[in-house]
Design a protein around this ligand. Sequence first.
Ligand code: SAH
Length: 335
Amino acid sequence: MNIFPDDKELKRLITLDDPSPLRAAADKLRRERYGTDVYVRGLIEFTNHCRNNCRYCGIRAGNNPVRRYRLSEEEIIAIADKGYGQGLRTIVLQGGEDPAFDDGSICRIIKGIKDVHPDCAVTLSIGEKPEVSYRKYFEAGASRYLLRHETADEAHYRKLHPDSMSLSNRKQCLHNLKEIGFQTGAGFMVGSPFQTLDNLVEDLRFLQGLQPAMIGIGPFIPTKGTPFENEPHGSPEMTLNLISILRIMFPYALIPATTALGSILPDGIILGLKAGANVLMPNLTPPDVRKLYSIYDNKSSIKEEASVTDGSLAKLVRSAGYGIVVDRGDVKALS
Ligand code: SAH
């Protein structure tokens, strides 16, 4: 399989009806780079307050019926500590853009985790910030940052976001993060409203320019209380095709089988691994607030277990021919 497909070939692969050769090519490359290893990241959704109004997102500022919550710094650090005990060596802190967590607060949380567990990676997924803030987080010990670009097409971006946001700022953030030294993650939703096949090709071309360490994609899921609540969801098959295409174009990349895929496809997580993904994100968010982090409806999550290498998730992954490892799971060289 050509790892540099032209646009026409990309469109054919994205919409492929019989994806077996595509899946096989992706799986081969994944095994060459990462063997059968599956890396796990403990996800802490620590706030659902958000100042933004992304039209697709369930926790957008304008979605008033949503009950809002924040975990305290101490709670977040304690949850991370418990995750470490279960075998997790990466903690992902995700949230809305919540001004209550200023730079000092984020840095205290990062240091609180790293002081006790220096061998644990901290990943942030807290949106667009000034470059100086990103630098402070990096100096405090965070080493990875997830910021999906959402769509690389200017006109499409404007349809998904309010005027106060811009694709150029999001791209600038991604470049700043890379420049600072973060292992940086970008990505997009599959089947978001108004998306065309050409847009998806643009997304792949944008990623080729950026060369991110991590690439997260998932199907768009309509969400109550948002302007897109009555739009159709994205195609899980197309998402799986795109995971395989990403593995082929970016053999080194850390690619999660995402919660969104698992939410609309019963075996989505396993099918995602078989399509080329090599990362899973068990959810460590306390059960009482987990349902409030409703970025989309019917959100499922990978349940936390006493041990990531010895439980029902581990078994499921093994039965698919892969194995969860206790490892930070850093990116191998970007080539
Ligand atoms: N505030 C952070 C985290 C956003 S939530 C940030 O701006 O990066 C993480 C991702 O969930 C988003 O980047 C988006 O791609 C995805 N998401 C949000 N709403 C969604 C929906 N309705 N369907 C599917 N994915 C969605």
